[in-house]
Write a protein that binds this ligand. Structure first.
Ligand code: NAD
Ligand code: UDP
Length: 329
């Protein structure tokens, strides 16, 4: 762990890029709870003021509304930079392929430059997508991946692969104390209802009484991690002296069809399933090998899928109600 640089208030300072997003806002909450000051850098491309509204009166929280692909100026000192800014859902990066590549390349370069200038630690939010449509299952960190560079997911996958490469280059050449977390599908409160990812998509459909849209035959698998577990893993990773990538995710693996049936059961919805074409290059299977996280961090997920889904449904329920009321008005 790099020496912890403290602000005038004697609290250590973190910069969280993408701090108004789903994961970034939960990370800001955790850092504040640990006694840090937080600068959230976000341009609201896919983030939301609602995610950080509860921090409005917190004097330890500062929002810097800016694009991380532009030079990032933060009043020092800074102890740690967490780089989370990037579109993350397949429909978001399909809509913003160039912005996605820039967030992963120019944005990561700027975030690393900031960490270097401030002699701060650095953590990159990487992804299981760097494994592509994996030929090794489950995926250990030693697997190099199977990615279609020119397919519709290439903008995201390659941006993150570049981001990992430049992070390792700053470690080797500039001696920035870097960390890389490879995040597997994570869900929970503060996701956008219509961000297209399967968890909000299925919950929204079930709560509206609509059919659930299963892509392909639903035999592809995913492993879903509840957000609190993920943030715990990231916090622990940021505190250890380890520079290679670490998978954080929940290894419990389900087919998408099983997952749809589970959402119907837990919501008590009367929804049916409708089958739609599988998007190009949709990974057929995904499950983290978390041996490294267990050994290095003493970390493993603690919140099972039923409990995690219940908490997420609780968050979405009133939002669906408001959506319905607006549609009627
Ligand atoms: P999100 O879309 O909710 O959050 C991303 C945030 O980054 C948003 O607030 C957005 O406005 C901001 N942003 C995007 N481009 C920016 C830019 N150029 N400058 C400043 N801010 C910018 O998505 P998320 O799920 O919270 O993902 C956060 C990070 O975690 C991403 O880097 C993503 O690749 C990574 N990740 C997430 C998951 C997951 O399951 N949620 C899985 C793997 C990796
Ligand atoms: N999916 C689905 N119906 C939806 C949205 C997604 O069947 O309405 C599938 C998608 O094809 C993929 C899985 O659910 O196989 C997870 O998709 P998501 O976009 O959440 O994340 P990914 O892991 O593909 O990045």
């Amino acid at each position: 762990m790099a020496t912890t640089v403290r602000s005038k208030s004697s609290k250590p300072v973190a910069v969280v890029t993408g701090g108004a997003g789903f994961l970034g806002s939960h990370l800001c909450d955790r850092l504040l709870a640990e006694g840090w000051r937080v600068f959230a850098v976000d341009n609201f491309l896919t983030g939301s003021h609602d995610n950080i509204a509860h921090l409005g009166n917190n004097s330890d929280f500062v929002l810097i509304e800016q694009d991380v692909t532009q030079y990032v100026k933060v009043p020092g000192p800074v102890a740690f930079v967490f780089h989370f800014a990037s579109p993350a859902s397949p429909i978001d990066y399909a809509e913003y392929p160039v912005k996605t590549l820039k967030a992963g390349s120019l944005g990561t370069h700027n975030a690393l430059g900031l960490a270097k200038a401030m002699k701060a630690g650095f953590l990159l939010a990487s992804t299981s997508e760097i494994y592509g449509d994996p030929l090794v299952h489950p995926q250990p960190e030693s697997y190099w991946g199977h990615v279609n560079t020119i397919g519709p997911r290439g903008c995201y996958d390659e941006a993150k692969r570049f981001a990992e490469a430049i992070t390792m280059a700053y470690l080797r050449e500039d001696k920035v104390h870097t960390h890389i977390v490879r995040i597997f599908n994570t869900y929970g409160p503060r996701m956008r209802l219509r961000d297209g990812r399967v968890v909000p998509a299925f919950i929204g459909q079930a709560l509206r009484g609509e059919p659930l849209t299963v892509f392909g035959d639903g035999s592809q698998t995913r492993s879903f991690c509840f957000v609190n577990d993920l943030i715990e893993g990231i916090w622990r990773l940021s505190r250890v002296d380890f520079n290679e990538p670490v998978n954080i995710g929940n290894p419990a693996e389900f087919t998408i069809k099983q997952f749809a049936e589970m959402v119907i059961k837990i919501t008590g919805a009367g929804s049916s399933l409708v089958y739609q074409p599988l998007p190009q290059d949709d990974p057929k299977q995904r499950k983290p090998d978390i041996t490294r996280a267990k050994q290095l961090l003493g970390w493993q997920p603690t919140i099972g899928i039923e409990e995690g889904l219940r908490r997420t449904i609780e968050y979405f329920q009133p939002r669906i109600g408001r959506e319905a009321a607006r549609a009627k008005a």
